[in-house]
Design a protein around this ligand. Structure first.
Ligand code: 5GP
Ligand code: ZN
Length: 110
């Protein structure tokens, strides 16, 4: 996906503030944080949105959640709580067409 911003970040063509990486996922700080902790986790495989998830991706989505829960613990927000969200499409407020999950915390969220 040549024109995909998050694919470029995954490839290292665009820098990011990396929080976690392995062979399946990359987690990095959101460039425009909406909370003291705002980390995005993306699969390295390009999937445009939740609408494009296939049965073969079920394990990957579960894996992303477990990674995010570990990141929340590492960043010290597990006890007080946090929010994990994935926006889909125009009405959902999705602005980057590579599926991503926001981890938000570090304050009482609206
Ligand atoms: P969406 O609105 O699609 O759910 O979330 C996209 C997120 O990506 C936004 O919160 C936005 O701040 C973040 N974002 C957009 N461009 C970049 C970038 O170049 N680097 C990083 N780290 N985050 C970005
Ligand atoms: Zn992509």
């Amino acid at each position: 996906m040549e024109d995909c911003l998050f694919c470029k970040i995954i490839k290292g063509d665009i820098p990011c503030d990396k929080v976690y990486e392995d062979d399946k996922v990359l987690s990095f700080k959101d460039i425009n944080p909406e909370a003291p902790v705002h980390v995005l986790t993306v699969p390295k495989k390009h999937i445009s949105s939740t609408n494009d998830l296939k049965a073969e991706d079920e394990e990957l989505v579960g894996y992303i959640y477990t990674v995010m829960v570990k990141i929340a613990k590492q960043l010290g927000i597990s006890e007080k709580g946090y929010r994990i969200i994935s926006n889909c499409g125009e009405d959902g407020g999705q602005t980057v067409s590579h599926i991503h999950f926001h981890l938000l915390g570090g304050k009482k969220l609206d």
